[in-house]
Design a protein around this ligand. Sequence first.
Ligand code: HEM
Ligand code: HEM
Length: 231
Amino acid sequence: MKNTNEDKPTNVIPIWDIWIRLFHVSLVIAVGYLLISGETGFAFLDWHKPVGEFVAALVLFRILWGVFGSANARLHTLLKRPSAAFSHLKDLLKKQPHQERGHNAAGGIAVLLILLALSVQAITGMFIADEDEFVEGRFYGLLSSNNSDLLYSVHHFNGHLIQLLVFVHIVMVLVYLLWAKQNLIKPMITGSMLWRGRAEPKSVKFGSVWLGLVLALLTAAAFVWTFYLSV
Ligand code: HEM
Ligand code: HEM
């Protein structure tokens, strides 16, 4: 359908591939649980370690997808100039953020920060244990106890940083929805967006579903393999 009016949604176009969406929903559930279990101890003994490792695998998969996957998932497209991010935020303040067929300049930087913080959390988790040593990371014992203590503190502080990043992330998504009337949530669930602009949307080369499956299997294999190396 052709676009005729700037304000009227006239065109439904694909934006997020299935792997990004599966990655996101898995991350929401897993990180949501980890933040609660870390803070409250809820189901900590049985689940914090395996779910934490699952998040490590998710992030590794996302990095691979960010290298070989869809054009709008590529890691280098996430890192835009800070001036572009500020100008996007200024437009948001005026309730006129440009629609993007991917992450906007500010969102891209936020996504990179979240992925970085989750990597630090998952890696430090693998080298630490709780006070009673009921839960031990797969590489716990490889480092001196001083270094392990240091990583424990990093895990503690970075846990708070992740809480903050997730909070800001959710608030921003709601700001787009309620303030700028741009629904970013639906596209992250369905994979399609309503394109309102007069200009044609940017074309996006989507990665193959099968390539995603191969990368997911490779990530899983790497985790199983390093698990056996660590026991
Ligand atoms: C990205 C994944 C992870 C997230 C988001 C996460 C989150 C958290 C949080 C928020 C805390 C509470 C920190 C505090 O306030 O002291 C915590 C504690 C902890 N986490 Fe993780 N974690 C992750 C991965 C892991 C992994 C893979 C392990 C491996 C076993 C692990 C082991 C621990 C341990 C031992 C504690 C300390 C518990 C205690 O003694 O109170 N975490 N985690
Ligand atoms: C633990 C909680 C969460 C984490 C760790 C998280 C993390 C992320 C990450 C890493 C991305 C980038 C996706 C990619 O390119 O691979 C993203 C995007 C997104 N997330 Fe979340 N998320 C969380 C919760 C939520 C919730 C609760 C919502 C809905 C209210 C949400 C809505 C979105 C949306 C709409 C996008 C796409 C933003 C855009 O269009 O640029 N997220 N999230």
